[in-house]
Ligand binder design. Structure first.
Ligand SMILES: Cc1cc2nc3c(=O)[nH]c(=O)nc-3n(C[C@H](O)[C@H](O)[C@H](O)COP(=O)(O)OP(=O)(O)OC[C@H]3O[C@@H](n4cnc5c(N)ncnc54)[C@H](O)[C@@H]3O)c2cc1C
Length: 389
Protein backbone atom coordinates (compact mmCIF):
# COMPACT_ATOMS: atom_id res chain seq x y z
CA UNK A 1 0.00 0.00 0.00
CA UNK A 2 1.43 3.41 -0.93
CA UNK A 3 1.46 6.23 1.63
CA UNK A 4 -1.47 8.57 0.93
CA UNK A 5 -0.99 12.36 0.88
CA UNK A 6 -3.49 12.81 3.73
CA UNK A 7 -4.18 10.33 6.55
CA UNK A 8 -7.57 10.65 8.22
CA UNK A 9 -7.74 8.86 11.58
CA UNK A 10 -11.32 7.77 12.36
CA UNK A 11 -14.30 6.97 10.14
CA UNK A 12 -16.87 8.95 12.11
CA UNK A 13 -19.03 11.69 10.61
CA UNK A 14 -16.09 14.12 10.55
CA UNK A 15 -13.49 11.80 9.01
CA UNK A 16 -15.84 10.40 6.38
CA UNK A 17 -17.15 13.85 5.39
CA UNK A 18 -13.56 14.97 4.92
CA UNK A 19 -12.81 11.81 2.92
CA UNK A 20 -15.77 12.38 0.62
CA UNK A 21 -14.85 16.05 0.06
CA UNK A 22 -11.23 15.15 -0.75
CA UNK A 23 -12.51 12.44 -3.10
CA UNK A 24 -14.65 15.06 -4.91
CA UNK A 25 -11.66 17.42 -5.15
CA UNK A 26 -9.30 14.70 -6.45
CA UNK A 27 -6.92 14.91 -3.44
CA UNK A 28 -5.29 11.65 -2.31
CA UNK A 29 -6.19 10.35 1.18
CA UNK A 30 -6.82 7.20 3.24
CA UNK A 31 -9.01 6.68 6.30
CA UNK A 32 -7.66 4.54 9.18
CA UNK A 33 -10.44 3.21 11.43
CA UNK A 34 -10.33 0.98 14.53
CA UNK A 35 -13.58 -0.86 13.68
CA UNK A 36 -12.95 -4.20 11.99
CA UNK A 37 -15.41 -3.48 9.17
CA UNK A 38 -18.24 -1.21 8.14
CA UNK A 39 -20.65 -3.72 9.70
CA UNK A 40 -19.38 -3.09 13.23
CA UNK A 41 -22.39 -2.08 15.26
CA UNK A 42 -21.30 1.36 16.44
CA UNK A 43 -23.60 2.62 19.15
CA UNK A 44 -25.15 6.06 19.16
CA UNK A 45 -28.52 7.53 18.55
CA UNK A 46 -30.34 9.78 16.18
CA UNK A 47 -28.70 13.08 15.10
CA UNK A 48 -30.41 16.26 13.91
CA UNK A 49 -28.68 17.81 10.92
CA UNK A 50 -28.81 21.59 10.71
CA UNK A 51 -29.12 23.64 7.50
CA UNK A 52 -26.06 25.92 7.72
CA UNK A 53 -23.66 23.26 8.98
CA UNK A 54 -24.36 19.53 8.58
CA UNK A 55 -26.76 19.93 5.65
CA UNK A 56 -24.38 22.32 3.90
CA UNK A 57 -21.56 19.82 4.24
CA UNK A 58 -23.76 17.08 2.76
CA UNK A 59 -24.69 19.37 -0.13
CA UNK A 60 -21.01 20.04 -0.84
CA UNK A 61 -20.44 16.28 -0.71
CA UNK A 62 -23.15 15.88 -3.39
CA UNK A 63 -25.04 13.65 -0.97
CA UNK A 64 -28.05 15.71 0.01
CA UNK A 65 -30.47 13.59 -2.06
CA UNK A 66 -29.07 10.42 -0.48
CA UNK A 67 -29.49 12.05 2.94
CA UNK A 68 -33.11 13.01 2.20
CA UNK A 69 -34.01 9.34 1.66
CA UNK A 70 -33.37 8.77 5.38
CA UNK A 71 -33.99 12.25 6.83
CA UNK A 72 -36.92 12.26 9.26
CA UNK A 73 -38.62 15.66 9.23
CA UNK A 74 -41.46 14.36 11.44
CA UNK A 75 -39.02 13.60 14.29
CA UNK A 76 -37.99 17.24 14.84
CA UNK A 77 -40.59 17.86 17.53
CA UNK A 78 -39.23 18.48 21.03
CA UNK A 79 -41.39 18.15 24.13
CA UNK A 80 -40.45 19.25 27.61
CA UNK A 81 -41.95 17.58 30.67
CA UNK A 82 -41.37 17.76 34.39
CA UNK A 83 -41.12 14.82 36.78
CA UNK A 84 -44.86 14.57 37.20
CA UNK A 85 -45.34 14.22 33.43
CA UNK A 86 -46.76 17.71 32.98
CA UNK A 87 -45.84 19.17 29.58
CA UNK A 88 -44.29 22.65 29.63
CA UNK A 89 -43.42 23.09 26.00
CA UNK A 90 -43.74 21.46 22.62
CA UNK A 91 -41.89 23.01 19.71
CA UNK A 92 -40.18 22.30 16.46
CA UNK A 93 -42.64 20.22 14.43
CA UNK A 94 -41.33 20.17 10.85
CA UNK A 95 -38.34 22.46 11.58
CA UNK A 96 -35.45 22.24 9.15
CA UNK A 97 -33.28 20.00 11.33
CA UNK A 98 -34.24 16.48 10.23
CA UNK A 99 -33.07 13.48 12.21
CA UNK A 100 -31.00 10.63 10.84
CA UNK A 101 -29.64 7.56 12.60
CA UNK A 102 -25.85 7.67 13.04
CA UNK A 103 -25.52 4.31 11.27
CA UNK A 104 -27.36 5.59 8.18
CA UNK A 105 -25.30 8.78 8.02
CA UNK A 106 -22.11 6.71 8.19
CA UNK A 107 -23.35 4.40 5.43
CA UNK A 108 -24.24 7.28 3.07
CA UNK A 109 -20.73 8.66 3.45
CA UNK A 110 -19.03 5.25 3.17
CA UNK A 111 -20.94 4.45 -0.02
CA UNK A 112 -19.57 7.67 -1.53
CA UNK A 113 -15.87 6.82 -1.26
CA UNK A 114 -14.03 3.89 -2.89
CA UNK A 115 -13.88 0.86 -0.60
CA UNK A 116 -10.08 0.63 -0.70
CA UNK A 117 -9.76 4.12 0.81
CA UNK A 118 -10.80 2.89 4.28
CA UNK A 119 -8.30 0.78 6.20
CA UNK A 120 -10.43 -1.08 8.73
CA UNK A 121 -8.98 -2.72 11.82
CA UNK A 122 -6.37 0.06 12.28
CA UNK A 123 -6.50 1.29 15.88
CA UNK A 124 -4.05 4.15 16.29
CA UNK A 125 -2.10 3.64 19.50
CA UNK A 126 0.28 6.58 19.22
CA UNK A 127 1.56 9.37 17.01
CA UNK A 128 5.03 10.89 17.29
CA UNK A 129 7.06 13.37 15.25
CA UNK A 130 9.76 11.79 13.09
CA UNK A 131 13.21 13.17 12.31
CA UNK A 132 11.72 15.35 9.57
CA UNK A 133 9.35 16.86 12.17
CA UNK A 134 6.29 15.23 10.61
CA UNK A 135 3.96 12.58 12.10
CA UNK A 136 4.71 8.88 12.39
CA UNK A 137 1.67 6.71 13.16
CA UNK A 138 1.72 3.47 15.17
CA UNK A 139 -1.25 1.10 15.00
CA UNK A 140 -2.24 -1.75 17.31
CA UNK A 141 -1.87 -4.26 14.45
CA UNK A 142 1.87 -3.48 14.23
CA UNK A 143 1.65 -1.17 11.20
CA UNK A 144 3.84 1.95 11.43
CA UNK A 145 3.39 4.59 8.72
CA UNK A 146 4.89 8.00 7.98
CA UNK A 147 5.47 10.26 4.98
CA UNK A 148 2.05 11.94 4.86
CA UNK A 149 1.74 15.61 4.02
CA UNK A 150 -1.01 15.81 6.64
CA UNK A 151 -2.49 13.66 9.41
CA UNK A 152 -5.99 14.70 10.49
CA UNK A 153 -7.16 13.39 13.86
CA UNK A 154 -10.89 12.79 13.55
CA UNK A 155 -10.70 10.01 16.13
CA UNK A 156 -13.19 11.49 18.57
CA UNK A 157 -13.12 12.13 22.31
CA UNK A 158 -10.00 10.12 23.14
CA UNK A 159 -7.97 11.13 20.11
CA UNK A 160 -4.52 9.59 19.86
CA UNK A 161 -3.47 12.34 17.43
CA UNK A 162 -4.32 15.14 19.90
CA UNK A 163 -1.10 14.79 22.01
CA UNK A 164 0.91 15.85 18.92
CA UNK A 165 -0.75 19.26 19.11
CA UNK A 166 -1.81 19.93 22.69
CA UNK A 167 -1.60 18.56 26.20
CA UNK A 168 -5.33 19.18 26.69
CA UNK A 169 -7.32 16.17 27.89
CA UNK A 170 -11.08 15.83 28.36
CA UNK A 171 -12.31 16.43 31.90
CA UNK A 172 -15.26 14.57 33.43
CA UNK A 173 -18.29 16.78 34.10
CA UNK A 174 -19.60 14.77 37.05
CA UNK A 175 -22.57 13.73 34.91
CA UNK A 176 -23.34 10.54 33.05
CA UNK A 177 -26.08 9.39 30.70
CA UNK A 178 -27.15 5.79 30.97
CA UNK A 179 -28.45 4.91 27.51
CA UNK A 180 -31.12 2.21 27.15
CA UNK A 181 -33.55 0.93 24.52
CA UNK A 182 -37.27 0.35 24.28
CA UNK A 183 -37.37 -1.90 21.22
CA UNK A 184 -40.31 -2.64 18.92
CA UNK A 185 -41.00 -5.93 20.73
CA UNK A 186 -41.05 -4.36 24.20
CA UNK A 187 -44.34 -4.78 26.14
CA UNK A 188 -44.17 -0.99 26.67
CA UNK A 189 -43.72 -0.12 23.03
CA UNK A 190 -47.34 0.47 22.01
CA UNK A 191 -48.10 2.61 25.06
CA UNK A 192 -44.92 4.60 24.58
CA UNK A 193 -45.43 5.18 20.91
CA UNK A 194 -48.92 6.55 21.66
CA UNK A 195 -47.81 8.79 24.53
CA UNK A 196 -44.44 10.01 23.21
CA UNK A 197 -44.94 9.64 19.46
CA UNK A 198 -42.38 11.35 17.23
CA UNK A 199 -39.25 13.28 18.12
CA UNK A 200 -37.55 13.84 21.44
CA UNK A 201 -39.01 14.24 24.92
CA UNK A 202 -36.88 15.78 27.64
CA UNK A 203 -38.06 15.38 31.21
CA UNK A 204 -36.28 17.62 33.69
CA UNK A 205 -35.95 16.09 37.14
CA UNK A 206 -33.95 17.03 40.20
CA UNK A 207 -30.52 16.68 38.65
CA UNK A 208 -31.60 13.47 36.93
CA UNK A 209 -33.04 14.19 33.46
CA UNK A 210 -34.70 11.52 31.33
CA UNK A 211 -34.62 11.85 27.53
CA UNK A 212 -36.63 9.69 25.14
CA UNK A 213 -35.87 9.82 21.44
CA UNK A 214 -37.57 8.00 18.56
CA UNK A 215 -35.18 6.24 16.19
CA UNK A 216 -35.37 5.54 12.45
CA UNK A 217 -37.00 2.12 12.91
CA UNK A 218 -39.62 3.54 15.31
CA UNK A 219 -37.99 2.18 18.48
CA UNK A 220 -36.91 4.48 21.31
CA UNK A 221 -33.60 5.30 22.92
CA UNK A 222 -33.80 6.56 26.48
CA UNK A 223 -31.07 8.44 28.32
CA UNK A 224 -31.20 8.46 32.12
CA UNK A 225 -29.02 11.28 33.45
CA UNK A 226 -27.17 10.73 36.73
CA UNK A 227 -24.74 12.88 38.71
CA UNK A 228 -22.29 10.08 39.55
CA UNK A 229 -18.53 9.44 39.38
CA UNK A 230 -17.20 8.53 35.92
CA UNK A 231 -16.50 4.92 36.93
CA UNK A 232 -19.86 4.38 38.65
CA UNK A 233 -21.07 1.81 36.10
CA UNK A 234 -17.70 0.40 35.17
CA UNK A 235 -16.15 -2.76 36.55
CA UNK A 236 -15.25 -2.06 40.15
CA UNK A 237 -17.91 0.65 40.16
CA UNK A 238 -21.20 0.35 41.97
CA UNK A 239 -23.25 -1.44 39.30
CA UNK A 240 -22.07 -3.64 36.41
CA UNK A 241 -24.16 -2.87 33.32
CA UNK A 242 -24.23 -6.50 32.23
CA UNK A 243 -26.71 -7.05 35.08
CA UNK A 244 -29.73 -5.23 33.58
CA UNK A 245 -32.01 -6.23 36.46
CA UNK A 246 -29.64 -4.67 39.01
CA UNK A 247 -29.37 -1.53 36.88
CA UNK A 248 -33.16 -1.21 36.65
CA UNK A 249 -33.34 -1.85 40.41
CA UNK A 250 -30.89 0.97 41.08
CA UNK A 251 -32.85 3.39 38.89
CA UNK A 252 -36.12 2.37 40.56
CA UNK A 253 -34.75 2.99 44.04
CA UNK A 254 -35.27 6.32 45.82
CA UNK A 255 -31.76 7.25 44.74
CA UNK A 256 -33.18 7.91 41.27
CA UNK A 257 -36.91 7.33 40.89
CA UNK A 258 -38.15 9.43 43.78
CA UNK A 259 -40.88 11.77 42.53
CA UNK A 260 -40.98 10.52 38.93
CA UNK A 261 -44.43 9.74 37.46
CA UNK A 262 -45.58 6.18 36.81
CA UNK A 263 -45.00 6.69 33.07
CA UNK A 264 -41.39 7.58 33.71
CA UNK A 265 -40.96 4.62 36.06
CA UNK A 266 -42.39 2.35 33.33
CA UNK A 267 -39.54 3.51 31.09
CA UNK A 268 -37.08 2.27 33.69
CA UNK A 269 -38.91 -1.04 34.20
CA UNK A 270 -38.76 -1.86 30.48
CA UNK A 271 -35.32 -0.46 29.67
CA UNK A 272 -32.86 -2.90 28.05
CA UNK A 273 -29.41 -2.77 26.40
CA UNK A 274 -27.82 -0.39 28.91
CA UNK A 275 -24.74 1.55 27.89
CA UNK A 276 -22.97 4.32 29.73
CA UNK A 277 -22.01 7.79 28.38
CA UNK A 278 -19.95 9.64 31.00
CA UNK A 279 -19.94 13.27 29.80
CA UNK A 280 -16.45 14.61 29.21
CA UNK A 281 -15.46 17.92 27.69
CA UNK A 282 -12.39 19.84 26.67
CA UNK A 283 -12.15 23.36 28.03
CA UNK A 284 -12.76 26.54 26.00
CA UNK A 285 -9.20 27.64 26.94
CA UNK A 286 -7.84 24.55 25.15
CA UNK A 287 -8.92 26.00 21.81
CA UNK A 288 -5.55 27.41 20.93
CA UNK A 289 -2.41 25.51 20.06
CA UNK A 290 0.80 26.25 18.20
CA UNK A 291 0.57 24.81 14.68
CA UNK A 292 2.45 21.55 14.13
CA UNK A 293 3.53 20.93 10.52
CA UNK A 294 1.68 17.96 9.05
CA UNK A 295 -0.94 17.46 11.80
CA UNK A 296 -4.31 18.82 12.86
CA UNK A 297 -7.55 17.84 14.60
CA UNK A 298 -11.21 18.11 13.63
CA UNK A 299 -14.60 17.26 15.14
CA UNK A 300 -14.74 15.89 18.69
CA UNK A 301 -10.98 15.28 18.66
CA UNK A 302 -10.52 19.07 18.41
CA UNK A 303 -13.39 20.39 20.53
CA UNK A 304 -15.13 17.65 22.49
CA UNK A 305 -18.14 19.25 24.21
CA UNK A 306 -20.99 18.02 26.31
CA UNK A 307 -24.12 17.30 24.21
CA UNK A 308 -25.74 20.47 22.85
CA UNK A 309 -27.20 19.26 19.55
CA UNK A 310 -24.28 20.69 17.54
CA UNK A 311 -21.55 18.04 17.84
CA UNK A 312 -22.06 16.22 14.57
CA UNK A 313 -22.93 19.44 12.72
CA UNK A 314 -19.69 21.10 13.78
CA UNK A 315 -17.70 17.96 13.04
CA UNK A 316 -18.98 18.06 9.45
CA UNK A 317 -18.38 21.83 9.25
CA UNK A 318 -14.75 21.33 10.29
CA UNK A 319 -14.37 18.78 7.50
CA UNK A 320 -15.86 21.19 4.96
CA UNK A 321 -13.73 24.09 6.14
CA UNK A 322 -10.52 22.05 6.09
CA UNK A 323 -11.19 20.51 2.66
CA UNK A 324 -11.92 23.97 1.20
CA UNK A 325 -8.69 25.40 2.62
CA UNK A 326 -6.63 22.50 1.23
CA UNK A 327 -8.24 22.92 -2.20
CA UNK A 328 -7.67 26.70 -2.08
CA UNK A 329 -3.96 26.57 -1.15
CA UNK A 330 -3.03 23.27 -2.78
CA UNK A 331 -1.35 20.24 -1.23
CA UNK A 332 2.05 21.93 -1.65
CA UNK A 333 0.93 24.63 0.82
CA UNK A 334 -0.95 22.32 3.13
CA UNK A 335 0.51 23.74 6.36
CA UNK A 336 -0.80 27.20 5.44
CA UNK A 337 -4.22 25.69 4.70
CA UNK A 338 -4.20 24.01 8.13
CA UNK A 339 -3.20 27.21 9.93
CA UNK A 340 -6.09 29.10 8.36
CA UNK A 341 -8.49 26.23 9.13
CA UNK A 342 -7.40 26.12 12.78
CA UNK A 343 -7.84 29.88 13.22
CA UNK A 344 -11.43 29.56 11.99
CA UNK A 345 -12.11 26.36 13.93
CA UNK A 346 -10.93 27.58 17.36
CA UNK A 347 -13.81 30.07 17.92
CA UNK A 348 -16.34 27.40 16.82
CA UNK A 349 -14.76 25.04 19.34
CA UNK A 350 -14.83 27.57 22.16
CA UNK A 351 -18.48 28.34 21.53
CA UNK A 352 -19.65 24.73 21.39
CA UNK A 353 -17.73 23.80 24.56
CA UNK A 354 -19.31 26.71 26.44
CA UNK A 355 -22.77 25.92 25.07
CA UNK A 356 -22.44 22.25 25.98
CA UNK A 357 -21.58 23.18 29.55
CA UNK A 358 -24.52 25.58 29.83
CA UNK A 359 -26.97 23.14 28.21
CA UNK A 360 -25.91 20.26 30.45
CA UNK A 361 -26.33 22.53 33.49
CA UNK A 362 -29.92 23.21 32.47
CA UNK A 363 -30.65 19.58 31.59
CA UNK A 364 -29.39 18.44 35.00
CA UNK A 365 -31.21 21.26 36.78
CA UNK A 366 -34.25 21.19 39.04
CA UNK A 367 -36.56 23.37 37.02
CA UNK A 368 -37.94 23.19 33.46
CA UNK A 369 -38.31 26.98 33.24
CA UNK A 370 -34.79 27.90 31.95
CA UNK A 371 -35.35 25.35 29.21
CA UNK A 372 -38.72 26.85 28.31
CA UNK A 373 -37.09 30.28 28.01
CA UNK A 374 -34.21 29.08 25.80
CA UNK A 375 -36.35 27.04 23.46
CA UNK A 376 -39.20 29.56 23.25
CA UNK A 377 -36.60 32.16 22.21
CA UNK A 378 -35.66 29.91 19.27
CA UNK A 379 -39.21 30.51 17.97
CA UNK A 380 -39.09 27.02 16.57
CA UNK A 381 -42.71 27.02 15.53
CA UNK A 382 -44.37 25.47 18.58
CA UNK A 383 -47.32 26.68 20.55
CA UNK A 384 -45.39 26.78 23.83
CA UNK A 385 -48.49 25.83 25.76
CA UNK A 386 -48.52 23.79 28.91
CA UNK A 387 -50.68 20.70 29.18
CA UNK A 388 -50.85 17.12 30.38
CA UNK A 389 -48.77 14.65 28.43
C1 LIG B 1 -24.92 10.93 24.74
C2 LIG B 1 -24.55 11.72 23.53
C3 LIG B 1 -25.56 12.21 22.72
C4 LIG B 1 -25.23 12.99 21.61
N1 LIG B 1 -26.24 13.49 20.85
C5 LIG B 1 -25.95 14.31 19.82
C6 LIG B 1 -26.99 14.91 19.04
O1 LIG B 1 -28.18 14.70 19.28
N2 LIG B 1 -26.64 15.74 18.04
C7 LIG B 1 -25.32 16.01 17.75
O2 LIG B 1 -25.04 16.79 16.83
N3 LIG B 1 -24.32 15.43 18.43
C8 LIG B 1 -24.59 14.59 19.46
N4 LIG B 1 -23.58 14.06 20.19
C9 LIG B 1 -22.18 14.36 19.80
C10 LIG B 1 -21.77 13.65 18.50
O3 LIG B 1 -21.98 12.29 18.67
C11 LIG B 1 -20.31 13.94 18.19
O4 LIG B 1 -20.04 15.31 18.29
C12 LIG B 1 -19.94 13.48 16.76
O5 LIG B 1 -20.16 12.11 16.60
C13 LIG B 1 -18.48 13.81 16.48
O6 LIG B 1 -18.07 13.21 15.28
P1 LIG B 1 -16.55 12.81 15.04
O7 LIG B 1 -16.48 12.19 13.68
O8 LIG B 1 -15.69 14.00 15.34
O9 LIG B 1 -16.19 11.75 16.17
P2 LIG B 1 -16.83 10.30 16.46
O10 LIG B 1 -18.26 10.25 16.06
O11 LIG B 1 -16.49 9.98 17.86
O12 LIG B 1 -16.02 9.32 15.48
C14 LIG B 1 -14.68 8.97 15.76
C15 LIG B 1 -14.29 7.78 14.89
O13 LIG B 1 -12.92 7.49 15.14
C16 LIG B 1 -12.76 6.11 15.44
N5 LIG B 1 -11.63 6.00 16.37
C17 LIG B 1 -11.59 6.36 17.69
N6 LIG B 1 -10.39 6.12 18.22
C18 LIG B 1 -9.63 5.59 17.21
C19 LIG B 1 -8.29 5.13 17.15
N7 LIG B 1 -7.48 5.17 18.21
N8 LIG B 1 -7.83 4.65 15.96
C20 LIG B 1 -8.64 4.60 14.87
N9 LIG B 1 -9.93 5.01 14.88
C21 LIG B 1 -10.42 5.51 16.04
C22 LIG B 1 -14.08 5.68 16.06
O14 LIG B 1 -14.28 4.29 15.95
C23 LIG B 1 -15.07 6.50 15.21
O15 LIG B 1 -15.41 5.83 14.03
C24 LIG B 1 -23.87 13.26 21.28
C25 LIG B 1 -22.86 12.72 22.07
C26 LIG B 1 -23.19 11.99 23.19
C27 LIG B 1 -22.08 11.46 24.07
Amino acid sequence: MTTPVIAIIGAGPCGLTLARLLECKGIDYAVYERDESENTNRAGGSLDIHPETGQRALQECGLFDAFKKYARYDDTVLSLLDKSGKQHLQIGQGRDAPEIDRKELRQILLDAIPKDKTRWGHTLTGATLGEDGRPVLQFANGVVVSGFKLVVGTDGAWSKVRPLLTQATPQYSGKTYLEARINLDSPLYETLSKSRGAGTTISVGSGTPIITQRQGNGSYRTYFGLPVPADFFKSGGKVGLQDAEATRGLLLSDFYADGWSDDHKALIRHATDFRTWPLYSLSAEDMNWTPVPGATLAGDAAHLAMPNGEGVNLAMTDALNLADKIAEHGVENIDLAVREYEQEMFPRGEETISEGKAMTGIMYGEDPQPFVEIFSAFGAGGDGEEGEH
